[in-house]
Design a protein around this ligand. Structure first.
Ligand SMILES: Nc1ncnc2c1ncn2[C@@H]1O[C@H](COP(=O)(O)OP(=O)(O)OP(=O)(O)O)[C@@H](O)[C@H]1O
Ligand SMILES: [Mg+2]
Length: 322
């Protein structure tokens, strides 16, 4: 990364450290990369990181938000147009591919790329030449392509909504960025990072209880949501951040509501059976009670309103060390 870069990518969990190793290796090649992940997981940040780590880092990095570009403008935005190519095309115009020459282009929300233009994009990627709208002379292009998608493009291919040849062309190196809830070890470091960014002039501590709530929340909006929450907390925090400084959705994460959500996720996403979910819930309750009572079984049993013998039976059932 260039010394002037302000780009910081926090990765503490094993999952993320391993992923970064892959990304570092891929960055140095010229292969197309497809970043896949839920909203807010860091796809755009990864795209910038890959560009900065590549040999093209001093050259342009052009971002294209495909979800926000009207389809009728897309062709001339990407590939440019010649003078008089259509009504209103008073002069010639370079497209974003030409502007990214020698550098990288980031095609964000590639799943929104209109089907009727996909063959043109494929031709550009394969032939390394483009034709401006209304043009007759092919223009050579040397651009590294990085794409991002929130959904699995293969599903669109199977539904004939995305060309399979284009899919294979952009999916040379697929990078799945995991949601924050499956790498909770990253949460404390991310919080510290954003706190430092938003309140550089004073130190604010997060109490253990508040951190526990922040770490057990599911973060549906991933790191973007976490950043916004930290920004909000930073405004009101006075020396330390306690549970009462946290937004209500994070408080309720220890309530029945979040337990039901977690069970539902096991059912729908993990395809677990009813018995398995109930067992998992029971085991978690037992473990949590033990944790809260520092391993004291009588106290743990009391917390769950169980008799000591029933509690012991549960420990045996789940093979939890006495
Ligand atoms: N590992 C990380 N370390 C530090 N900041 C991060 C990390 N991942 C994401 N961020 C920050 O979180 C915010 C959201 O990231 P980004 O915009 O890259 O997500 P995205 O996957 O592109 O989201 P969307 O799909 O909604 O466009 C940004 O401010 C980004 O800088
Ligand atoms: Mg994005």
């Amino acid at each position: 990364m260039s010394p002037t870069s302000t780009l910081t990518l926090i990765a503490q969990s094993t999952t993320m450290c391993e992923l970064l190793e892959q990304v570092d290796t891929a960055a140095l090649t010229d292969s197309s990369v497809l970043l896949i992940g839920e909203t807010g997981v860091g796809k755009e940040l990864f795209a910038e990181y890959i560009h900065k780590k590549s040999n093209r880092d001093e050259l342009p990095f052009v971002k294209v938000g495909l979800a926000s570009l009207p389809a009728e403008l897309l062709e001339s935005e990407l590939f440019g147009h010649e003078k008089g190519a259509y009504t209103g095309a008073a002069g010639e115009k370079k497209g974003l591919f030409e502007l990214a020459e020698q550098g990288s282009i980031f095609l964000d929300d590639i799943d929104d790329f209109p089907l009727h233009l996909q063959s043109k994009l494929l031709r550009v990627l394969e032939s390394r030449e483009l034709m401006r709208v209304g043009g007759t002379v092919p223009i050579p292009v040397n651009v590294r392509v990085i794409c991002a998608s929130k959904i699995d493009l293969k599903e669109l291919v199977d539904k004939n909504q995305f060309r399979s040849d284009l899919y294979y062309r952009i999916n040379v190196v697929p990078i799945h960025i995991p949601p924050l809830r499956s790498r909770r070890e990253d949460i404390p470091l991310l919080i510290r990072h954003f706190l430092q960014r938003f309140i550089a002039d004073r130190t604010v501590e997060v109490t253990g209880e508040a951190m526990q709530l922040l770490q057990s929340y599911d973060w549906p909006g991933n790191i973007r949501e976490l950043r916004n929450v930290v920004q909000r907390m930073a405004i009101f925090a006075n020396g330390s951040i306690t549970p009462k400084n946290l937004p209500s959705e994070i408080h309720s994460s220890s309530s029945l509501d979040s337990i039901l959500k977690a069970c539902n996720r096991c059912l729908v996403e993990e395809k677990m059976g009813f018995e398995e979910i109930v067992n998992c819930l029971e085991k978690n309750l037992v473990n949590q009670a033990l944790l809260k009572s520092a391993g004291n079984k009588s106290q743990a049993a009391k917390l769950l309103d169980l008799s000591l013998s029933t509690f012991r039976d549960k420990l045996k059932k789940f093979g939890i060390e006495e």
